[in-house]
Design a protein around this ligand. Sequence first.
Ligand code: NAD
Length: 334
Amino acid sequence: MTYKKKVLVTGAGGFIGHHLTQYLVDRGYWVRGADIKRPEYGASSAHEFELLDLRRFDNALIAARGVDHVYALAADMGGIGFIEQNKGPIMRNNTLINLHTIEAARINQVERFFYTSSACIYPGYLQRDENVTPLKESDAYPADAEDGYGWEKLYAERMCRHYTEDFGLDTRVVRFHNIFGPLGTFEGGREKSPAAICRKIALASDGGTIEIWGDGNQTRSYCYVDDCVEGIYRLMQSSQADPINLGQDRMISINELVRLVARIAGKQIHTVHDLTAPQGVRGRNSDNTMLRETLKWAPAVSLEDGLAKTYAWIYRQLAEAGRVTEVTMNAAVV
Ligand code: NAD
């Protein structure tokens, strides 16, 4: 069989990497997945899946051997609770992973290297209000990134730039804004707000109460994973070398997110607020002007549709584990 290209997806055992692997296989690429763990929910569709700890350079060299493209998604990461409480491990682990992966790509003479950065690189001083102006790419400097995870991502972005300038390695850098969808972690401490809220509501009874971190007026925008992998692919084909946002620009509060999921679940849900829990920045939204102009494309899946699919998937996981007691789900999500 003839393949379009041979590619490496690091972090292929994780949420976005698992989806991206499937996307690339479906489009005729030969894919090697690399991760320290296999996907939690279902087998990888990668042609080859190697269990490798990319904090070790010898492993990065093995992972990148003989491929044309590298999609670097591996990272020690999680939701705000996790990144607030693990700054040391995150900085050490991710710096090693990123240094080794890009250097292995250079040594293996790959054609193009794709790095997954984050909205967490944007300065705290622009995100102190819930009604924030959407963040555009040039807002990254003067830098005041999210302490720990955000600084490490910004450092890796710079590394891509300098590998291009000094070694001629062609790089693409994306800044994701809150990607969500099925197959994402929904419990255990690394889950993010949409998955956590879906889980809490799935486990709550009709008329029940769930706990929310903060007063719930903090705002975010959310992007469904199918749009995310489509955007990754389009960006990889483009000539856009500078970092670019990939997200939706519909900003909503956590309280609104809870109401949306409750409606999907067909339940009356009350909330209590833990004001001592980590909340991250007060407000954040993505300016997608550059994305639209460069790729002639923008994420299209509505928050309602994406959440319905995500809620249904999380509900099913809980039901299969015998952890939800209701017999039926709301018709919208069956
Ligand atoms: P994920 O945690 O589901 O996937 C990351 C994968 O990296 C995991 O499977 C993990 O096992 C693997 N990994 C960790 N340490 C490793 C190591 N030492 N060697 C090899 N593999 C290792 O996260 P995700 O949501 O799929 O995120 C993918 C990428 O996108 C990450 O770089 C993340 O920082 C970035 N990102 C994600 C979001 C989001 O909303 N999900 C937002 C911004 C940026």
